[in-house]
Write a protein that binds this ligand. Structure first.
Ligand code: MRU
Length: 363
C-alpha cells in the first residue's frame, strides 16, 4: 500500500542484507517510524512488544528472525534456539508457529554453510506468498461487497474490529483487502472502525490505513456495534483471525465474539477473512484448545494519546490499585460465522467447508 505516494510493505530487507526494516506500529498514528532489526533478539522484541503485530506479519517477522539468527550462527543449536525464542514471543497467532516450522523444515536438512542464504530467501518467499494470498482474499471478498451494493444501490456499510489491514500482514491485509478492492473498483463503501481497546488497533491503525487510502470510515467505541446493527447501519461485518480451528471456530481480538452475537441477532452477515496458514489443522474446538494471551494490565489501566502540544503520553484511566484483567483474544464459534473468505475462495465455517478448499489437509 502507499503512504504519501510511496509503496510500502510492513517488512522489507535492508539493502546490505544484514537486517530488515519494519514499521514501528506502536508509534502510529502519530508518527511513522521505520526501525531496523539486526539480530534475532530484535525480531523477538519487535513481536513481543507489538512493534509488529497481526497474525501474518508476526509469522513473516519470525521468519526473518530465523534468517538473522542464521547469519550470526548457522549451526543446529542456533537454529533450535532461534525457533524456541521466537515461538515464546506471543501465544495465540498460529502463523508464528507455521512460519517457524516452515523455516526449520527448509533449513535443518542443509549444511550450516548454506543456511544463511537459504533462510534469507525463504523468509522473502514467505513475505511474497503472504502478499499474493491477501490479494486473492481481496479478490474473493470483493463480490460479496459488490452484491450488497448491486442489491441496494447505496453505500455499503461494513464493520471491522481490531486491525486486519495491510499493517497486520505484509501487504493488503485480510479483512481489509476486500474493502480496499471494493473501494478501488468504485463500489461505495463506508467502514465502522471499532476502536478495539485496550491497545486501540482500530482507532490507531485501521483508521490511519483507511484514511491514507481515502476509504470513508468512522471510528466508534467498541460497544456501539450492536446499536448500529439494530438500526440497520451495518450491512456486513468482516474481521480477521489469529487462529481458526479445523472446524471453523475463529479466534480473534477480544470483543469479536460480541460482534458476532450482535450480527446473528440482527441478521447481519459476519465474515472472517483468513490466509490458509492461519488455520490450525491440529485442533477442532477453539474454546478448549486455543491459548488465549493475557497481557500486561497496564494496557487496560492506561491509555496513550497525543496532547494538544504534540507530545504522546500515557495516562491512567482506573483508580490507582484497582485490579485489571487483560484477555487479548476470544473465540467465536463456527456457528456464528456466515463464511470464511480465504485465498482459495469463500467457504462455510465448518470442517467440510475448510477441507473442501484445502483437501491436502483432508485425512
Ligand atoms: O494483538 P494483535 O494486534 O496482534 O491482534 C491482531 C488481530 O486480532 C487481528 O484481527 C488478526 O491478527 C487478524 S490479522 C490479519
Amino acid at each position: 500500500m502507499k503512504i504519501d505516494g510511496i509503496p510500502y510493505r510492513t517488512i522489507w530487507p535492508c539493502d546490505d542484507r544484514r537486517g530488515v526494516h519494519i514499521i514501528d506500529q506502536t508509534r502510529l498514528p502519530h508518527r511513522f517510524a521505520v526501525v531496523r532489526l539486526d539480530r534475532l533478539e530484535d525480531a523477538a522484541r519487535a513481536i513481543r512488544d507489538m512493534w509488529v503485530r497481526g497474525a501474518p506479519l508476526i509469522g513473516a517477522t519470525a521468519a526473518y528472525g530465523v534468517a538473522l539468527a542464521m547469519a550470526a550462527d548457522p549451526g543446529d543449536a542456533a537454529l533450535e534456539q532461534a525457533s524456541r525464542v521466537l515461538a515464546a514471543t506471543r501465544p495465540t497467532a498460529v502463523n508464528l508457529h507455521w512460519a517457524l516450522e516452515r523455516m526449520a523444515a527448509r533449513l535443518a536438512p542443509l549444511r550450516p554453510s548454506a543456511r544463511a542464504e537459504a533462510a534469507w530467501r525463504e523468509a522473502a518467499a514467505i513475505c511474497d506468498q503472504d502478499v499474493e494470498i491477501n490479494r486473492a482474499i481481496g479478490g474473493h471478498g470483493l463480490p460479496l461487497i459488490r452484491a450488497i451494493w448491486q442489491g441496494r444501490q447505496a453505500t455499503v456499510n461494513l464493520l471491522t474490529h481490531c486491525n486486519a489491514g495491510w499493517l497486520a500482514t505484509v501487504d493488503w491485509g485480510t479483512a481489509l483487502a476486500p474493502i480496499y478492492m471494493a473501494h478501488d473498483a468504485g463500489v461505495p463503501v463506508h467502514v465502522w472502525v471499532d476502536e478495539t481497546r485496550p491497545r486501540n488497533q482500530g482507532a490507531n491503525l485501521t483508521a490511519w490505513e483507511l484514511q491514507r487510502h481515502g476509504v470513508p470510515h468512522t471510528v466508534v467505541v467498541d460497544n456501539v456495534g450492536g446499536h448500529l446493527m439494530q438500526h440497520g447501519l451495518v450491512d456486513m461485518v468482516i474481521v480477521g483471525t489469529d487462529r481458526t480451528t479445523a472446524c471453523g471456530d475463529v479466534c480473534n481480538k477480544i470483543g469479536t465474539y460480541l460482534k458476532a452475537l450482535a450480527a446473528r441477532d440482527n441478521g447481519v452477515p459476519f465474515y472472517v477473512a483468513l490466509p490458509g496458514p492461519t488455520v490450525d489443522w491440529q485442533i477442532e474446538d477453539g474454546l478448549r484448545d486455543i491459548p488465549i494471551e493475557q497481557r500486561d494490565g497496564a494496557e487496560v489501566s492506561r491509555v496513550s494519546g497525543r496532547t494538544a502540544t504534540g507530545e504522546v503520553v500515557a495516562v491512567a484511566v482506573t483508580p490507582e490499585g484497582s485490579p485489571v484483567a487483560n484477555y487479548a483474544f476470544d473465540v467465536t464459534p463456527a456457528r456464528l460465522v456466515t463464511g470464511l473468505i480465504t485465498e482459495r475462495g469463500v467457504c462455510p465455517a465448518s470442517r467440510a467447508g475448510l477441507r473442501g478448499l484445502y483437501p491436502e489437509h483432508g485425512a
